[in-house]
Design a protein around this ligand. Sequence first.
Ligand code: FES
Length: 163
Amino acid sequence: MGTHNDAVDLSLMDDVFREYEGQRGALIPILQKAQEKYGWLPPEVLNLIAKKLGIPVSKVFGVATFYAQFYLERRGRHILRLCDGTACHVRGTPILLTALEEHYQLEPGETTEDGELTVELVYCLGSCALAPVAVLDGEVLGRLRQNMLLRTLKKRIDLAKPA
Ligand code: FES
């Protein structure tokens, strides 16, 4: 119907508002559900939440900014969480980070310009025996080496692209 690709479909929020109807204090669970639906918290959605709950937009932004679990910027289609806890750090996370910087110009917390890949640092994924560890789109990659990481990323990103 001619809607722009990037347009945020606010109707995704209908179910969420139904679920929390009349609960003014439900801001955090509503933000969590919204993020599940969109992958991040677009400003249009934050405005809508403020309106529905009858609270100032500034308050909604304040809460969303305060908690690290909320993303106020669009994230990549693929998310790489790289562990930099002690075990992983000593076993090579810094080298992996250098590879990401060299090949994708990515620092932790950033997304590639084409929107394909976001890299985030975490501190212990509970799999120290497999250090260094990363999780790519929910899949655990253990005993990572530069080459293996770059190969896996290339495969994942290229495969997902429309031919
Ligand atoms: S320090 Fe990386 S998994 Fe524990």
